[in-house]
Design a protein around this ligand. Structure first.
Ligand code: FAD
Length: 300
């Protein structure tokens, strides 16, 4: 069924998704599509709708665990020049959703705009970071957002203003759209000061997190969210207190460096990670009577 005939961008059939996730885990997707521009994306969503094909948008694949069996879906990435464009207007950064956070951070630093530095080391795209409201401790990207341009799964484009947006702890109301780009409100500061801060954040991460082996960052949300939607007890500390650092199932292992990271020691399967997550949840429930919830998304 050649439902994608007329596509201007690229398509790969039976693409291995492990090539597109930071976990380096995941089976094949029936279709892996890189639309050329917004018009092409609209073509994809409309055709998929007509032919009853489910679409999933993948960013940098740094917060997902994809099933070993793969997906009978069209996985769409906005990793192309059109969706990676970044420009500055005054003290605002207008960025495509396909740009990496690291690209947005370095671009704004060069233009003497500050505000994004705390996101240093988060290996996501702008789109994925907005959906997840990525952040560190109590600071999240959501606070910087002025507006977001989105496409609905009917192909219609609209601009969501600040008042239309809702961000919480690792969540937003953007998941039902395809994010095309965003306007982020930053502030003027000297390049040197911004760079110094970026280096500081980078160093902090380097010391506290696993970098050498593939992972998807923190696997569980920090529980006990308080009245202001802020996490209060780090999941990593609870997992560590259960003595689970280094615990492995198949090729998946709880990181020695950060207990809320599961790493792929080489040949981990999604099922290994899922079993390890179940074991962690059980142990934390027994010891602390706390139910851990996944931070990563499980795609099956
Ligand atoms: C080493 C490491 C460290 C990390 N540290 C942190 C951290 O400190 N803080 C933190 O918050 N996260 C962290 N993460 C997790 C992850 O990097 C973030 O959640 C990131 O923002 C996800 O972006 P992504 O592009 O990889 O999204 P993906 O994993 O590709 O997708 C995540 C979700 O976003 C959706 N999505 C992606 N792009 C779009 C789009 N354009 N339109 C609509 N939906 C879209 C996907 O469909 C999916 O639902 C870390 C991950 C790793 C591997």
């Amino acid at each position: 069924m050649n439902w994608f005939k007329g596509l201007k961008g690229k398509i790969k059939i039976n693409e291995l998704l492990k090539k597109h996730t930071t976990f380096k885990i995941g089976g094949r997707a029936d279709f892996f599509i890189i639309p050329k521009d917004a018009e092409d994306l609209r073509f994809v969503v409309r055709q998929a709708r007509i032919h009853n094909i489910k679409i999933r948008i993948i960013g940098a694949g740094s917060n997902i665990l994809v099933s070993d069996k793969g997906l009978n879906h069209a996985v769409v990435t906005l990793d192309c020049a059109y969706f990676k464009d970044i420009i500055i207007k005054g003290s605002k950064l207008e960025t495509g959703s396909g740009a990496l956070m690291s690209e947005a951070i370095l671009f704004s630093q060069k233009k003497s705009l500050s505000g994004l530095e705390f996101l240093t080391g988060i290996p996501g795209s702008v789109g994925g970071s907005l959906v997840m409201n990525a952040g560190v401790q109590n600071k999240n990207i959501g606070v910087l957002v002025e507006s977001v341009s989105v496409m609905g799964y009917d192909g219609k484009i609209k601009i969501l203003k600040r008042r239309d947006l809702s961000f919480g702890y690792r969540r937003s109301n953007l998941g039902k759209y395809i994010i095309l780009g965003a306007v982020l409100k930053l502030r003027k500061e000297s390049r040197e000061k911004i760079l110094k801060r970026i280096k500081g954040y980078f160093k902090q991460r380097y010391i506290s997190q696993e970098w050498k082996l593939p992972s998807a960052g923190c696997v569980f949300k920090n529980p006990s969210v308080d009245f202001a939607d802020r996490p209060t007890s780090p999941a990593g500390r609870l997992i560590d207190a259960c003595g689970l650092k280094g615990k492995g199932i198949g090729g998946a292992q709880v990181s020695f460096k950060h207990a809320n990271f599961i790493i792929n020691t080489g040949k981990a399967k999604a099922k290994d990670v899922l079993q390890l997550m179940e074991l962690i949840k059980r142990q934390v429930k027994i010891k602390f009577n706390i139910n851990l919830e996944p931070e990563i998304e499980i795609w099956k």
